[in-house]
Write a protein that binds this ligand. Structure first.
Ligand code: C2E
Ligand code: CA
Ligand code: CA
Length: 769
């Protein structure tokens, strides 16, 4: 018996081609010019399957399908939609109207025949009651039942995602490649915005700033997260012209054409507009220009009317730029704001002040009452600080000060555009008085004293210097006891006594050879084989025992001793690695990673030292990885890029450490000479707890691989984390699950023992003291 197919297709040539292929495959074919004709035919005669184009005049494919499925007589008739699948939203709509399957245009004739045969066989099997199974999926907040015969639709969704990944790769060679890859990701987001009410739910949940604009340039909706970037709650944006709620400017503060152009393009319904790069900022009255990456995409709804535009704004480096405890900008973002404050003020001939506030009780409370209590106190102080920053008496200053969390219980305030030092000192006194006082922490009154250090500059002074000055002034203020303010005196460059003593101790330690390197194994996730180790510095102090880097590296960074320590670490690690490559079983693959500080990158002798060290130790350049942290790039991207490029030309590989915590938008990683990304521990720790963290890792891996970069996860502590990381395709891992940092002797034993080849080593030795 010949099976009868009803074909709905408005294009005569397409219809003829379909008829030809279907008849060749042995089907009987009836053609309908549009949806209405097809419906009438279906109601009048018996067919085995309907094959329908989506876009047709009058009744389109979706509507035809919906009506068939709503008709009790016809609802068992399988409907297959033909789509170019240009838009993943079509899949969602098809699910809604109850379509049984998809065929992609342009289709392959063989595939067409096979697909139809499969559908018909499945239908028969199901009719015989043998195949009632299926899955329920939750998509865009709605439940869809996908029976086995509609499994293909899921396959297609997967295929769509695969297409996106392949596209990423292909675009690598082209200038706009990464921007396009991001759009691909945002396409997925765009697919989320199908209908208005659902959109509202999405807008509330969306962690990014997103504004929807109609064809006349008016805001019709905004994600709740936009408030953080644009400073207005979404309800206050709706109805206003886009350029009022979102002022896009360049570095000099001049409006850029992007927004106007965007609206015009949208009115013409033109393709996606992307404006990105490093010269796009959103002007914020109290915050100053915030660097953003901006994407815009017109959303077409049917043929009529001008298109809506979805505008996505992402603060550059916006993965983790706020301190979770105080909700203030973290030290990296704060340093960036301070840089911009200094530059802006200096250009106008004004002053910038940096105030560092130190709180005497935060650490004590954390030690005695627990970390949570310490955090609570810090958060309460930060909240008071934010109120003070919004105080009306400050509004007569040219620019509004902004706050930040500098770490270790210290808060910072940047005051750009001031005319006299005394304005900063006066505000410093206000801070010292108003932030000192009693706070309620875990039902206990805690009395806290705030000491404020002030440093003022008229020049384009490096923020690191400004921070050091204000910190040392704060330390001096703290030494005086009680709420007090100390102004840094640049003529004497005074440093506090304790600071000087610590520096002297560290110098002695270096001279007496008290520094050691410990090595933490790095493991290939797929095979469980260890591939090398990261060298981590330790200080073997005769009095204090083994001191970790957290207790001396920051000091070394501030005093510049890090350059010397770093040189020593490089030589030591290369020598050790060369030895291990020759001596350890399987050691020929051994790679050693050495941390490089920002100061070292600025050292003009760095390049010569690295090549000399490689020559002297006989280590193959390919087995050395130099790790730099993202914050290095925030300092001076251009010269960092140049130095890294030269290092790489030696054959050395470059790793980007603590990735995701600061500035490394994937957008510009592409243009950097790096070979691997080391995903920050914070994201790994969030696996299983915060869905976003795994999503960030997954996106990082996908795009890194598209760029030919390797991804290392650090701080892997649990088997569950290892499995997720393996699943998302992360290449290498290190962490306590495998091993802590070991002395060279212990590393050798570990390497030769079970550790090297079992993917999981449960019993990690305790840290050596
Ligand atoms: P880093 O480069 O991010 O090093 C990773 C840190 O994470 C190490 O701490 C390591 O012991 C720790 N870690 C590794 N696995 C785990 C885990 O599973 N769980 C947890 N909680 N921690 C884990 P460490 O040795 O205290 O080093 C701290 C930082 O000091 C390093 O961070 C690096 O920035 C700096 N540092 C260490 N040695 C040097 C050096 O020779 N030169 C420079 N410039 N910096 C160094
Ligand atoms: Ca590192
Ligand atoms: Ca790290």
């Amino acid at each position: 018996m010949t099976l009868q197919v009803l074909v709905a297709e408005d294009s005569p040539t397409q219809a003829a081609a379909l008829q030809h292929h279907l008849e060749a495959a042995g089907y009987g074919v009836t053609l309908a010019r549009d949806g209405a004709a097809a419906l009438e035919l279906a109601q009048g005669a018996s067919f085995d399957l309907v094959l329908s184009d989506i876009v047709m005049p009058g009744l389109d494919g979706f509507e035809l399908c919906r009506r068939i499925k709503a008709d009790p007589e016809l609802q068992r008739l399988p409907v297959v939609l033909l789509t170019s699948l240009a838009d993943p939203m079509e899949v969602v709509r098809a699910l809604e109207v109850g379509a049984d399957n998809f065929l992609r245009k342009p289709y392959d004739p063989d595939q067409l025949a096979t697909r139809l045969r499969t559908i018909l066989v499945q239908r028969d099997v199901r009719a015989a009651g043998r195949l009632q199974m299926g899955v329920e999926i939750l998509l865009l907040g709605r439940r869809f039942s996908i029976t086995s015969e509609r499994q293909q639709i899921l396959d297609l969704l997967v295929a769509t995602f695969e297409d996106l990944v392949v596209t990423n790769r292909q675009l690598r060679v082209r200038e706009d490649e990464l921007a396009a890859a991001q759009i691909a990701l945002e396409e997925q987001l765009r697919a989320v915005g199908v209908e208005r009410e659902r959109l509202q739910g999405v807008l509330a949940a969306l962690p990014e700033a997103m504004v929807i604009v109609d064809g006349h340039g008016r805001v019709t909706g905004a994600s709740e997260a936009s408030e953080h970037l644009l400073g207005l709650p979404p309800e206050q944006m709706v109805g206003r012209p886009l350029h009022e709620v979102c002022r896009v400017v360049d570095r000099s503060g001049a409006p850029t054409a992007s927004i106007a152009a965007l609206r015009d393009d949208a009115a013409r319904g033109e393709a996606i507009v992307v404006s990105s790069g490093f010269d796009t900022y959103v002007a914020r009255p109290r915050v100053g220009p915030v660097p953003v990456v901006l994407h815009a995409a017109p959303v077409r709804r049917g043929a009529a009317g001008p298109a809506d535009v979805v505008v996505m704004l992402r603060e550059v480096g916006g993965l983790a730029y706020h301190d979770p405890v105080t909700r203030l900008p973290n030290h990296i973002l704060f340093a960036d704001r301070l840089t911009r404050a200094v530059e802006g003020s200096a250009a106008r001939g004004w002053l910038t002040a940096l105030l560092v506030v130190k709180l005497d009780r935060v650490e004590l409370v954390a030690e005695t009452m627990g970390q949570a209590a310490g955090d609570q106190l810090l958060a309460a102080v930060a909240a008071r600080l934010v109120d003070l920053l919004a105080a009306p008496e400050l509004t007569d200053l040219a620019d509004i000060p902004s706050g930040g969390h500098l770490g270790a219980g210290a808060l910072g305030v940047a005051m750009p555009g001031i005319r006299r030092e005394v304005d900063a000192v006066r505000f410093g006194h206000q801070l010292a008085e108003r932030l000192s006082g009693s706070y309620r922490v875990a039902d206990v009154e805690v009395t806290c004293t705030a000491s404020v250090g002030v440093a003022v500059t008229a020049r384009r002074e490096p923020v690191a210097d400004l921070l050091r000055s204000a910190r040392s002034a704060a330390a001096a203020a703290e030494g005086r006891g009680g709420p007090s303010v100390e102004v840094f005196d640049p003529s004497t460059r005074l440093r506090t006594a304790t600071w000087l003593r610590a520096e002297a101790d560290l110098r002695v330690a270096i001279q007496r050879g008290q520094l050691r390197l410990h090595y933490q194994p790095e493991v290939a996730l797929a095979t469980g084989t260890s591939v090398g180790a990261e060298a981590l510095a330790r200080w073997q102090d005769p009095e204090r025992g083994l001191v970790g880097p957290a207790d001396f590296i920051p000091l070394a960074e501030e005093t510049g001793l890090i350059v010397e320590i770093g040189r020593w670490a490089l030589v030591e690690a290369c020598r050790q690695a060369a030895r291990w490559r020759a001596a350890l079983p399987g050691g020929r693959e051994f790679m050693v990673s050495v941390n490089l500080s920002a100061r070292q990158l600025e050292d003009p002798q760095l390049l010569a030292h690295v090549s000399q060290t490689l020559a002297e130790t006989g280590l193959d350049a390919r087995s050395l990885v130099l790790e730099i942290t993202e914050s290095v790039l925030a300092r001076d991207l251009a010269s960092a890029t140049q130095v890294l490029g030269r290092l790489r030309a030696l054959g050395v590989r470059i790793g980007l450490d603590d990735f995701g915590t600061g500035y490394s938008s994937l957008l510009y990683v592409r243009s950097l000479p790096v070979d691997l990304l080391k995903v920050d521990r914070a994201f790994v720790a969030g696996i299983g707890e915060r869905a976003e963290d795994l999503a960030v890792i997954r996106a990082t891996v996908q795009l890194a691989h598209a760029l030919g970069l390797m991804v290392v996860a650090e701080g892997v502590e649990t088997e569950a984390q290892r499995l997720e990381l393996l699943d998302v395709g992360c290449d290498l891992a290190q962490g306590h699950l495998f091993s802590r940092a070991l002395t060279p002797g212990d590393l050798e034993r570990w390497w030769r023992g079970a550790g090297r080849r079992t993917s999981v080593r449960r019993a990690t030795p305790p840290p050596r003291r």
